[in-house]
Design a binder for this molecule. Structure first.
Ligand code: UDP
Ligand code: MG
Length: 319
């Protein structure tokens, strides 16, 4: 089986404390397995010594290769860069902080050999997360799933093994604002779920805060459904119908009972209500226009500062 090669893609952003440990644990796992391996580190503009560590690993171990992005592009783009440069027959995406246990790779490969294209690791538990985070994430996925036809997996991160077919499919997607989790679902193919317990980070801090998570949430919605735009239309139709009814009611009341015109409070409420709906709709439209704007610029997704391999030979390999 040694003719099959598996690329392990590791996006790295300021992970100097965990890299060596990750490398050692990973090496233990892959030495047990009868496959050729490539450890592809994508340095996503780390500001600490991560790159130096990766370089020294690469000097001592021919399996290690790296792509150094010219700045921090974010994990989604770092993964895209890794997918573009992977040379293996399969690709495993692994976090650098050891939250995804490398030991699971063995099980993933078994499933891959059975013919699955996307073997994703689903979290059995979410240890160390607050109730608020779990609850908001639960609601979010409910809403997202209801509003799109792409089935998006809950409690699943990017930790997964992708077959060659799946990699090729992902390479064709050139969106620069990526919600990778949705893209994995979007490509379809044969999926298989395996369960695991996610460990806490071994060192350093998560790069996610609520603001970033909120951005990712908006990203997910705007790239996989236009339901919010429809919501704006529905709100518009409802207000229209309501105001027609109200108009008729006022007309009749004035004609029959000769009531004076209704007072100031109702007027203010109606104006504020309509103003709110209009701003909300504008905001929703704006989100989508912003995406159109970003995509129409057609900038390359990322810029590579250096590789430790010959790009031409990579192209040959991947043909
Ligand atoms: N990461 C990256 N670029 C970024 C942020 C994170 O490549 O801008 C990498 C990071 O080094 C790690 C993985 O993405 O390998 C997951 O990051 P993190 O642990 O912060 O996310 P969490 O596990 O909390 O979802
Ligand atoms: Mg993490």
């Amino acid at each position: 089986m040694l003719d099959k090669k598996i690329t392990v893609l590791i996006p790295v952003y300021n992970e100097e404390e965990s890299l060596i440990m990750l490398y050692e644990r990973l090496t233990k796992v892959i030495n047990r397995l009868n496959y050729r391996f490539e450890l592809l580190f994508v340095n996503d503009g780390s500001k600490d010594s991560s790159l130096d560590i990766i370089k020294s690993l690469a000097r001592n171990d021919g399996k290690v290769s790296y792509v150094n992005l010219s700045r921090n592009f974010g994990k989604e783009i770092a993964m895209a860069a890794g997918i573009d440069h992977a040379t293996g027959d399969a690709l495993v995406i692994l976090d650098a902080d050891l939250q995804d246990p490398p030991e699971l790779i063995e099980q993933m490969i078994e499933e891959w050999e059975k013919g699955y294209d996307d073997i994703y690791a689903k979290r059995r538990s979410r240890r160390g997360e607050t109730f608020f985070k779990k609850y908001t994430s639960y609601i979010y996925y409910k809403v997202l799933q209801k509003s799109t036809r792409v089935p998006i997996q809950v409690d699943t991160g990017d930790f997964r093994l992708l077959s060659k077919r799946a990699i090729e499919a992902l390479k064709t997607i050139k969106e620069s604002q990526r919600y990778t989790k949705g893209l994995f679902s979007w490509i379809g193919l044969n999926k298989k779920e395996i369960l695991f317990d996610r460990d806490p980070r071994i060192a350093g801090e998560t790069k996610w805060n609520y603001l970033k998570l909120f951005e990712l949430a908006i990203e997910g919605i705007t790239s996989f459904t236009i339901a919010p735009l429809r919501l704006a239309s529905i709100l518009g139709i409802c207000t229209f119908i309501f105001s027609m009814l109200y108009m008729i009611f006022l007309l009749i009341r004035t004609v029959i009972y000769g009531d004076p015109v209704a007072g100031y409070p109702s007027l203010v409420i109606i104006i504020l209500f309509l103003g709110g709906i209009q701003l909300l709709s504008l905001g929703i439209i704006g989100e989508y226009i912003g995406r159109i704007f970003n995509e129409t610029k057609k900038r390359p997704m990322y810029f590579v500062e250096e590789y430790n391999f010959d790009k031409e030979s990579i192209r040959e390999n991947s043909k």
